[in-house]
Design a protein around this ligand. Structure first.
Ligand SMILES: Nc1ncnc2c1ncn2[C@@H]1O[C@H](COP(=O)(O)OP(=O)(O)OP(=O)(O)O)[C@@H](O)[C@H]1O
Ligand SMILES: [Mg+2]
Length: 252
C-alpha cells in the first residue's frame, strides 16, 4: 500500500488516559502513548518509577485501573483471559528483566518452547538462523546455568522473536552485555525495526537511546519526551507522549 504524504502514520497501539496503582501508590497517572509500526522507543526513569509495570500493561499482562489500551484499533483489556492469551501469543515478544529461561532445558530447547505452546511448528532452520544472527549458535546445547549473562540474554531475545511479534518489549536488554555484543544486538534490533516490528525498550544505556527514534522519561506516572541533543534544542519537551510524531525517515 502506497501512503499519501498527507496520510497520518499508521498506528500500532494507543494508550489513552491509562492509570495504574499498586495499593495506594500511583504508578501510571492518566498516561497517553502512541506507538507506530517500525519504530524504536526507549523508556527511561529511576528505579521503581514503573517502567516494567508499563511494559506489562503494553504486553497484555496487567490490566490498568482505568483508561483505554487499543492495539490495532481493538480494546485489549476487554478481552477475557483466553483472548488476552491469544493476543499475547499473536502480537507480543517480551524480553523480561530476569530472562526467565527454563533451567533444565538447553538453549536450543528453550527456543523450541513458544512453538510447543502455540502449536505453530518452527523449523529447525529458522531457529538456527536466528541463533546465528544473535551469535549464540555455538552455545545452543548449553543449559542456562552454563551460559554467561549476555548469552542467556540473547537466548531470551531469540525466544521473544520466534513467533514474529508485531511489538517487542525489552526490559533492560543490554544490561549484561559488553560493548561489542551490545552493538551486534542493536544491529539485529535495527534490522527487525526495518521489517515493521515496533520496539519499546526500557534502558539506562545511552547507546540504546541513541539508536531509538525517541526517548520517553517516566516521571510521576507520566511520559514526557526527552531530547538527547540539548545543543540542538535545550528544553525537555513536556508535550504528551501520545502526540509526538515519529522522526522523518530522511533523518536516519
Ligand atoms: N506486585 C506488586 N505489588 C506492589 N508493588 C509492586 C509490585 N510490583 C512492583 N511494585 C512496586 O511498584 C513500583 C514500580 O515497579 P516497577 O518494577 O515497574 O519499577 P521499574 O521502574 O521497572 O524499576 P527498576 O528500574 O528497578 O526495574 C516499585 O516501587 C515496585 O516496588
Ligand atoms: Mg524494571
Amino acid at each position: 500500500m502506497k501512503l499519501n504524504k498527507k496520510d497520518p502514520p499508521p498506528v500500532l497501539l494507543q494508550m489513552e488516559n491509562i492509570s495504574f496503582r499498586y495499593g495506594k501508590r500511583s504508578i501510571l497517572n492518566d498516561t497517553d502513548l502512541t506507538i507506530e509500526p517500525g519504530t524504536f522507543t526507549s523508556i527511561i526513569g529511576p528505579s521503581g518509577c514503573g517502567k516494567s509495570t508499563l511494559l506489562y500493561i503494553l504486553g497484555g499482562f496487567l490490566k490498568p485501573d482505568s483508561g483505554n489500551y487499543l492495539f490495532n484499533g481493538s480494546k485489549v483489556y476487554s478481552l477475557g483471559e483466553f483472548g488476552l492469551g491469544r493476543f499475547r501469543k499473536k502480537n507480543i515478544g517480551f524480553l523480561f528483566q530476569d530472562f526467565r529461561l527454563l533451567p533444565f532445558l538447553s538453549a536450543e530447547k528453550n527456543l523450541a518452547l513458544p512453538g510447543a505452546f502455540t502449536g505453530k511448528k518452527l523449523s529447525i532452520q529458522e531457529r538456527h538462523e536466528l541463533m546465528h544472527s544473535l551469535g549464540i549458535f555455538e552455545r545452543r546445547k548449553a543449559k542456562p546455568a552454563e551460559l554467561s549473562g549476555g548469552e542467556a540474554q540473547r537466548v531470551a531475545l531469540a525466544r521473544a522473536l520466534l513467533l514474529k511479534p508485531s511489538l517487542l518489549l525489552l526490559d533492560e536488554p543490554t544490561g549484561n552485555l559488553d560493548e561489542k555484543t551490545e552493538s551486534e544486538i542493536l544491529q539485529v534490533l535495527m534490522k527487525l525495526k526495518e521489517t515493521g516490528l515496533a520496539l519499546v525498550c526500557v534502558t539506562h544505556a545511552k547507546s540504546v537511546m541513541l539508536h531509538s527514534d525517541r526517548v520517553l522519561a517516566l516521571q510521576e506516572g507520566k511520559l514526557t519526551e526527552v531530547n538527547l541533543k540539548p545543543e540542538a534544542a535545550p528544553k525537555t519537551r513536556t508535550k504528551k507522549a501520545g502526540t509526538i510524531k515519529k522522526r522523518k525517515t530522511s533523518e536516519k
